[in-house]
Design a protein around this ligand. Sequence first.
Ligand code: SF4
Length: 669
Amino acid sequence: MQQYCPSLTEYKRLKTREVKIGDLLIGNSHPIRIQTMTTTDTMDTAATVAQTIRCIEAGAELVRITAPSKREAENLLQIKNELRSKGYHTPLVADIHFTPNAAEIAARIVEKVRVNPGNYIDKKKFDFIEYTDAEYAAEVNRIRDRFTPLVRICKEYGTAMRIGTNHGSLSDRIMSRYGDTPIGMVESAMEFLRIARDENYHQIVLSMKSSNPLVMVEAYRLLVETMDGEFGECYPLHLGVTEAGDGEDGRIKSAIGIGTLLEDGIGDTIRVSLTEDPELEIPVCRDIVKRYTERTSHALIEPFTEKEKTHLPYNPFEYKRRESIVINNIGGHHVPVVIADYSTDENIMPEDLEAIGYQYDEPTDKWNIKDGAADYIYTGAKEIDFALPGTLQIICDHKYWESRENKNGYYAFLQLQEYLELNNTLPTLHFIQVDANADWHQLQQLIDKVKDDNRTVLCVESSNKHAMPSVRRMLIELIQQQVNCPIVLSVSSKDKTVDEHLIHLATDTGGLLLDGFGDGVWLKNDTRQLQNAKVSGRTYLELKNNHQFLNNTAFSILQATRTRISKTEYISCPSCGRTLFDLQETTAKIRSATNHLKGVKIAIMGCIVNGPGEMADADFGYVGSGPGKITLYRGKEVVKRNVPSEIAVSELIRLLKDSEAWIEPAVMV
Ligand code: SF4
């Protein structure tokens, strides 16, 4: 193993144990399985069966159903029988929180049970308790006593189990000793895993979910390293980003978290949690997984030496941004910049810039600038014959740049070979396009030249099929050779559908941003295939404006990796049988009232049982607490209990105002 995966340069799946769930095999290099979870009331057999069938027909290979109490656990038998009688044999998974007795019933009925080690036995009171080692060991023994009966039932009935840790619902005991950290998440699962292994029970899959892709990725990596170190083997991993939300943001967050791990061969089954109907999650899962079906045939990436393998110049378990020099507003502690590519537009008019966050008002001759406004525009060799807003600067082709008399606000763009052939360095900021898949000797020539040039920004992309690791390999080389020029992550997508574009762009930039690499992003795509794109059931995308699509995607990626905050963040649960209101409609309502509150994190959770725990680091929470009733939170503190749902959104706005988190929406002139 190379740190936390089989290889950082060669696509290989992490070797794990094989787990059998009904007739489905997971792990040990079996295909990456895709799954979802129903949102119906488990006591409503007909609705749950109908929704399960829709999920199976969409392609789900496993379907999870919530079992909050013994009643629902027992009703799983009706649901299973009904499905089998209709010819559907897809394995079912019971989702358990807080209720060991429901788990023990479900384990005798369905093919797999999911337990959350944060609340299977422990009750969460948000208490901080100082344990001595002996007291802590006594607590773990208490868990052993309560958890072992379930393990034995699973063993007897051939039922598989997921030990599913959530960042937002760690027990008070784990929080008190390890804090709200990836180490705490790993230890929470390992305590349960050790008990299961002591019973010689191995039909186990594990997960480490969080709504923050950075925490999630670090926790999975640490779990692999810990399992391998302690047992010399790994169990299959179920990947997911919790409460990812809906639309573009939900897809982008999921692609970053899940995709980053799959790039390194980690992950045996995935679920994309969207606040949408569960069958709509399946095509997104499929789009993510299919990126890896032919990955093994990628071109060679310069391997690391044995010493380099164990001495990476960055820490994949803890975020730290790569150090870089500052040139203009790029690098150092500046937030990553966004570059918009207008080089193929026939001509550029002021109104064209609205798509990238600049709205020109002719009567006042002023620009209104949005929070998600691009920083640079690449024009190729095109003249812009109007005054640009002061925050937007131009990148143009080197030859055109040389021919201009007035170079103010214009910066040259060069291909690698063009740069290597230059006799002198350029006097101002300039951008060099580099393919990380280029000949390694040529890259070495670049490194030698850039070392003495403190005005260069490298725009790094890769033509390698294994693109993200190929760019990462080059960036590691730059750190090793102490080259600290700023880096713009440049990704081009030639996919066929909108979701494929989102997933590709988000994975290939997001994975690097999570490791601290990148001082900017430059997203490009080929829209020819998109002309006939079907965006089933979704209307969020204005296909006619690709600049806006790419700009929004860039800012959403930066937001999801928390490297540049430009908008409100929503943490909304995917909903399940416990949900007490229409989550999709409510999320849309809250979003439209609050989407101008840059940097505020609002959680919208379907139930009071799991919602408060799973809200993770949200600033405010809107949580269903009974039929027609909402409880509002500021952080973890309950501020208003059981507010009637008809006035709950206006009460949330009042709470935001009282907490000085509200500003009036800007009125565009
Ligand atoms: S928070 Fe949402 S998804 Fe989680 S149990 Fe409650 S309703 Fe279900």
